[in-house]
Design a protein around this ligand. Structure first.
Ligand code: AMP
Length: 990
């Protein structure tokens, strides 16, 4: 018999209505929950089956909007041996492997029911049964063994009777989950064994990660995994975007997206606006997917259509293949001006002035074309009656004939008494692209002077006879010839000049078997001509044959020809090899030279290396090379966000011409600086400007042309990592923490591949943006010495942040990427412990000593064992045994993919520090202060925990009730309670 006098239907209705209003307000569920069954919003009869008939009873009530609502109640407390079942219809699971059951109910406290027997219960059981069928066997045949028990449910709060007939209703909400589902659906069953219950609402739902768009990649609705594993989801790029690195995210068991990896970027011709790719407007273009925004077409170019990936040059203007798309279109230069020739016998110097119009380029060069002309030029009509042919290879141009950088050339080895026409042309990088005729200036030159060529000779033991050609009569009348000779290799010491009017001479008094070098030139009434080339002749040991001997002449001719050929070959080889070397040198990138200078080894193709600013004689040159100069009027300073070594750090906005405004951080150099300080300040920009990686802070540019000097970087909304972690103690999942570590490791991998050693890697030097992306920062040259408050002087004089630095770097300043790996291990420890100070309050000297004796930081609280092992690997004494950053990134990626490896926690906690045991405390306040949880002093005293003994029994639910809501804080306090228990020899299961 139901206890209707106590728990009558009208009263129940009233009480139910009381809670219905409350429940209605909660009917908007989070968008990561998909409801499979909601008894409160079922339109008609729920169709649930109850057995036996006098057990569960359906009651319809109207909610405040007059919508009927189904509830069930049972209250057979006066009779023993109750076994009342209530079963839902088939609940389709829609592919979910894990579903949640949320039950809202009220339950009557047996003590509050006068006269009920001892069989009265205060719990009920919930079961489920998986099935593919929508028509289950009738409930009267139910066998408990076919059902899986989910839980026995008890009320947190039951009815409390304040007055007869005036009861205050408390609504209980319990949520249970069922995982590993595989059949079409499931039935829920509620078993009552003699309690007084009203089931107000039953809701079954599963969790999913709702559709998200991040980094221009779309991640579809994803049902969470069956157990607590993460589901890796591959994102697809939004329209008009392409993959930079395959976008991935992980859907966590509670329906949140974690650890975004990779990203998409807008294709050329498109830019990112509010998470979508929009086409560049006409007049704008974007050349590469890697560029962030569309920019205005450069001068002399246009884009008439949207989506331009480059701008087209205006008519008459061109773009060379190697010209960047951002460069203005240019045209060929005008002709050079004012050519002047200065003839010196058979040589001529040509000079001219640069073209009036360089075509807009800085790469103007000159070419000189040479023609040799014979015949008479008709006055006023150049070329008429003249026969001109190309000069061929005869003349020699110094420094060269084509590609002259300066407007000057010396032409030698011209033929005497010959007319030449030199046409000089200015060229630039687009001359070959222009169909218009070239602009040339010409200059006519006539060589005049004589050369004498030795044609015959005769050798004796101590004399040599020479004969030579007489010059052409048109060169003027020969006054005399001058013969010069010297003993080979003795030129500097002694040479002899002889004169004759004849065109032959016998030189006597020579040494037998000795080689002499002879030259002959003619003097006419116009002056001396050129020498006609040198000839080497050796006096004989014996008297030689006469000059007229044909055999001798042949031998002589052959040997001279051979010698000349040999000489030409040698000269040619020399020239070719010289040119070759010259070519290599000219091609060698000055940067490459600096790199090689710095690192003393050859670069692998495709790799880039960091260039130390000191490589530059002028440090300003390094700044100019690696940092973009920004006009100060493009910057708007908003507020001060920090203090750096050289001055304030502010946040603000940067708006560059034809670019979107961006949020930036602005570091300025305070007034009254020395030149050295200015250089050190800007060195950070010349270093940062060489890096381009998503986990390295990005340099936007510098202001150096006006004061104050500034460095502009991307803005990182969450500031430095150490402060950020302390502020959010305990609020991140381990996967989120691993995601942060992965970012830092990826940035460090990039730096190590660039051969850059950071030397001060620590959480305080990592910045965090609004997406929780961590970026390595702080690249100043003097920073380790001056800037870092953690840096302390070592015995060797240098200033080093001891707690973060590898022992070999402390001992003998051996800073390498392997010492950065050591520091990285410390950063991992800082991350997991939410910004705890490494080695707590130990002195630097104690830290050095402890490390030397083999002590290593223990695993922080709740630290997965694999992460602590990775830290220990980073802290290997021998630096060659430490992992490389690439290896660390891979290991963390694997953990993100397979987080079950993170489940096993290291046993030790940060409270188990053997060097600094937790100080003995005697009051609750001191205890909370000692574990940095002082903010909860009032919570404890309000809840009645006034002595230290009393806190030994605090449970997690009590912490929640007293208002300690953050899981991390709860864990910290409970962990400390465990160590208090250990100190006091108590052991209580908390
Ligand atoms: P630093 O001189 O680089 O050590 O910077 C001093 C402080 O300014 C840092 O600790 C940060 O709190 C803040 N800060 C520096 N750079 C940035 C940035 N790019 N975004 C946000 N805050 C920054």
């Amino acid at each position: 018999m139901a206890l209707s006098w106590i728990y009558s239907a009208p009263l129940l209705l009233l009480l139910l209505l009381h809670v219905v209003t409350f429940c209605q307000a909660l009917r908007n569920y989070p968008d990561n929950e998909v409801t499979l069954l909601d008894s409160m919003s079922a339109p008609g009869d729920l169709g649930w089956e109850a057995y036996p008939a006098e057990g569960w009873e359906e009651i319809s009530v109207m909610d405040e909007r007059n919508t009927p609502m189904r509830t069930y109640q049972v209250c057979n407390v006066m009779e023993a041996n109750q076994n009342n079942w209530l079963r839902t219809g088939l609940i389709q699971r829609e592919g979910a492997q894990r579903v949640y059951v949320e039950i809202k109910f009220t339950l009557r406290d047996c003590n509050s029911l006068p006269g009920v027997p001892g069989t009265c219960k205060e719990t009920f059981n919930v079961y489920y049964h998986e099935s593919n069928s929508a028509s289950p066997p009738p409930l009267r045949h139910i066998r408990e063994s076919q059902y899986v028990k989910i839980d026995t449910i008890a009320a947190d709060e039951s009815f409390t009777q304040t007055d007869v007939g005036d009861r205050v209703m408390k609504l209980n909400t319990e949520v249970r989950d069922i995982s590993g589902l595989s059949k079409r659906g499931l039935y829920l069953a509620f078993q009552d064994l003699g309690a007084c219950i009203a089931l107000v609402s039953v809701r079954v739902f599963y969790k999913r990660c709702p559709l998200a768009v991040l980094n221009l990649a779309r991640f579809g609705d994803t049902v969470t995994g069956g157990d607590s594993a993460l589901v890796e989801v591959r994102g697809s790029c939004v329209e008009d975007a392409e993959e930079l690195e395959a976008p991935r995210m992980f859907c966590s068991a509670d329906g949140g997206w974690l650890v975004p990896i990779g990203r998409c970027v807008c294709k050329p011709g498109f830019e990112e606006v509010d998470g979508r790719c929009q086409p560049c407007r006409s007049g704008f273009y974007k050349a590469s997917a890697m560029d962030a925004y569309c920019v205005k077409c450069p001068p002399h170019s246009y884009s008439h259509q949207d989506k331009a990936s480059e701008c087209v040059c205006e008519r008459g203007f061109h773009r060379a293949e190697t010209d960047p798309r951002s460069m203005a279109c240019t045209r060929p230069p005008s002709a050079p001006g004012n050519p002047i020739s200065t003839v010196n016998e058979t040589a001529v110097t040509l000079e001219w002035s640069p073209p009036r119009d360089s075509g807009g380029r800085g790469d103007v060069t000159y070419s000189v074309h040479c023609k040799k002309c014979s015949g008479e030029a008709a006055p006023g009509a150049s070329g008429t009656g003249e026969r001109c042919v190309p000069c061929g290879s005869g003349p020699h141009f110094n420094p060269r004939q084509f590609g002259l950088a300066h407007p000057r050339v010396l032409v030698t080895e011209l033929q005497p008494r010959t007319n030449y026409t030199f046409s000089i042309e200015a060229l630039n990088g687009v001359s070959d692209l222009s169909p218009s005729p070239r602009h040339l200036v010409s200059v006519n030159v006539t060589t005049s002077q004589t050369v004498s060529v030795i044609v015959k000779e005769r050798r004796g033991r101590d004399s040599i006879t020479l004969a030579w050609q007489a010059p052409e009569p048109s060169d003027g009348t020969v006054v005399e010839y001058e013969v010069t000779y010297y003993e080979k290799n003795q030129r500097d010491q002694n040479y002899t000049v002889l004169k004759t009017k004849s065109n032959s001479m016998t030189v006597e008094g020579l040494k037998p078997g000795t080689t002499y070098v002879f030259r002959v030139r003619a003097r006419t009434d116009g002056g001396y001509g050129n020498y006609g080339g040198e000839i080497e002749l050796e006096t004989s040991h014996e008297d030689m044959l006469a000059v007229g001997d044909p055999n001798q002449q042949t031998i002589l001719a052959v040997s001279i020809a051979g010698g000349v050929v040999l000489l030409i070959l040698l000269v040619a080889c020399f020239v070719v090899s010289g040119r070759h070397c010259g070519y290599i040198k000219a091609k060698q990138d000055p940067e490459e030279e600096k790199m090689q200078f710095q690192h003393g080894r050859v670069q692998l193709p495709g790799t880039r290396t960091y260039i130390h600013p000191h490589t530059y004689e002028d440090p300003n040159q390094a700044v100019r090379e690696f940092a973009k100069e920004i006009e100060v009027f493009n910057i708007r300073i908003e507020r001060v966000i920090g203090a750096g070594e050289f001055g304030e750090v502010c946040s603000g906005r940067l708006r560059l011409p034809s670019k979107r405004e961006i949020h930036v951080a602005i570091k300025s150099l305070k007034a009254g600086y020395t030149e050295q300080q200015r250089r050190d300040f800007l060195s950070e920009a010349s270093i940062m400007g060489q890096f381009d990686h998503p986990n390295i802070i990005r340099l936007e540019g510098v202001v150096t042309r006006c004061k104050p000097v500034m460095i502009i970087t991307e803005y990182m909304e969450n500031g430095s990592l150490d402060t950020f972690l302390k502020k959010h103690d305990g609020q991140f999942t381990v996967i989120q923490l691993v995601g942060m570590m992965r970012g830092i490791a990826a940035g460090m991998q990039y730096l190590s591949e660039m051969n850059y050693v950071h030397r001060d890697l620590a959480a305080r030097n990592i910045l965090v943006n609004s997406n929780l992306v961590c970026k390595v920062s702080d690249f100043g040259l003097s920073r380790v010495l001056e800037d870092d408050p953690e840096a302390a002087y070592t015995t060797r004089g240098g200033k080093i942040p001891i707690r973060w630095t590898a022992p070999e770097a402390i001992a003998y300043r051996k800073f390498t990427s392997a010492s950065d790996v050591w520091s990285y291990g410390i950063v991992m420890w800082e991350v997991i412990s939410y910004g705890e100070r490494p080695y707590w309050e130990m002195s630097n000297q104690d830290v050095i000593k402890a490390i030397d004796e083999g002590y290593r930081l223990p695993a922080p609280m709740d630290c997965p064992i694999v992460l602590h092992q990775l830290m220990l690997d980073c802290w290997e004494k021998s630096r060659s045994e430490r992992p490389k950053f690439g290896h660390i990134v891979n290991s963390l990626d694997q953990l993100i993919r397979n987080p079950s490896a993170l489940k096993q926690l290291a046993n030790s906690t940060i409270w188990e520090d053997p060097v600094t045991p937790e100080p003995a405390v005697s009051t609750v306040e001191d205890w909370l202060d000692s574990i940095k949880m002082g903010q909860y002093k009032e919570h404890f005293s309000n809840a009645g925990y006034v002595t230290l003994d009393s806190v030994l029994y605090v449970s997690v639910s009590e912490l929640g009730k007293m208002g300690v809501a953050l899981t991390g804080h709860q864990k910290k306090i409970l962990s400390s309670i465990q160590s208090l228990q250990a100190q006091q020899g108590t052991h209580v299961q908390v």
